[in-house]
Write a protein that binds this ligand. Structure first.
Ligand code: NVA
Length: 308
């Protein structure tokens, strides 16, 4: 049984397959009905959501399935009953389980007991559905370069210790990209994930590096990315972070250091004037609305791939 719990659950070759499938599903959204029946997909949220809920619900319906949203606050998974018991129960109702939760160990446990494929819709450590959508978006905007995404430089600015920093390292390395992550002292990626990204990059011709200086990190980048400085669950640290992160704001100065045709991504929600300037977020190099739409196509692809 295959799951999608972190980006490196797909090999580089499988990543290409899933991205190809996403492009195919985007071109013909109603042509494939792998969930016909309809089969039910459970989508559980232990944290806030907008894009993830909307894109999974719409996408599962387009695949012929029945999306069943489960409120994690009501279910109280791991408190009211064990993760293993919830997994066994939901696995008897649904063909696949999608979960947004806290620590990665929770979704690992869900996958161990569910008996159906489990997809990570964001944990504290990874957000692999977002990076699938992002790679699809980069492909679309960078055209048919020889080698696809390979060789492009992708820079992530901000909280490099957060789920997005980790997921860009792993997924970008798998795509053969040169991934740079840049954040303040104390906000660096987990060394084990960086090492894993480097091991993947060794096989794809990509690279994975920490570049502390945000200006150097942005130099010549084909793709410039940021994310909120305050991830869900870190709200108590918001006042301390605002000043520390200021030099990493993705603004006109940093964008000017990127390639002339650099594109800007942001997984949203965005805070204009904080991690990104309004001019950059709403400017001509931003492809964030395509990126948000592509969540649906990318997630349809991973669901189709896992249940095929
Ligand atoms: N790093 C952010 C991503 C939001 C989609 C968070 O975890 O809140």
């Amino acid at each position: 049984m295959r799951h999608f719990l972190r980006d490196d659950d797909l090999t580089p070759a499988e990543l290409v397959e899933v991205l190809d499938l996403a492009a195919e599903l985007k071109a013909a959204p109603y042509a494939h009905k792998p969930l016909e029946g309809p089969q039910t997909v459970a989508i559980i949220f232990d944290k806030p959501t907008l894009r993830t809920q909307a894109s999974f619900v719409a996408g599962i319906a387009e695949l012929g399935g029945n999306p069943m949203v489960v409120d994690g606050n009501l279910a109280q998974i791991g408190t009211r009953e064990s993760i293993a018991d919830v997994a066994r129960v939901l696995g008897r109702q649904a063909s696949l389980i999608v979960w947004r939760t806290h620590d990665q160990s929770r979704i690992d446990e869900m996958a161990a007991y569910a008996g159906v494929p489990v997809v990570n819709a964001l944990t504290d450590q990874f957000h692999p559905c977002q990076t699938l959508a992002d790679l699809l978006t980069i492909r679309e905007h960078k055209g048919d370069r020889p080698g696809g995404l390979a060789g492009l430089t992708m820079t992530f600015l901000g909280d490099a210790a957060c789920n997005m920093g980790h997921s860009y390292l792993l997924s970008g390395a798998a795509a053969g990209m040169h991934v740079r992550v840049s954040g303040p002292d104390g906000f660096q990626p987990d060394p084990e994930i960086l090492a894993r990204a480097r091991a993947i990059a060794a096989g794809t011709g990509g690279s994975a590096e920490i570049v502390l200086d945000p200006e150097a990190a942005s130099e010549g980048a084909d793709v410039l990315i940021t994310d909120t400085w305050i991830s869900m669950g870190k709200e108590a640290e918001s006042s301390d972070r605002a000043e520390v992160f200021r030099p990493w704001q993705l603004n006109e100065d940093l964008l000017a250091r990127g390639a002339d045709d650099a594109i800007v991504l942001h997984c949203l929600p965005a805070y204009r004037g904080k991690e990104i300037s309004a001019g950059v977020l709403d400017g001509p190099q931003s492809v964030i609305w395509d990126e948000a739409e592509n969540r649906r196509h990318a997630q349809k692809a991973i669901i189709t791939w896992l249940t095929r």
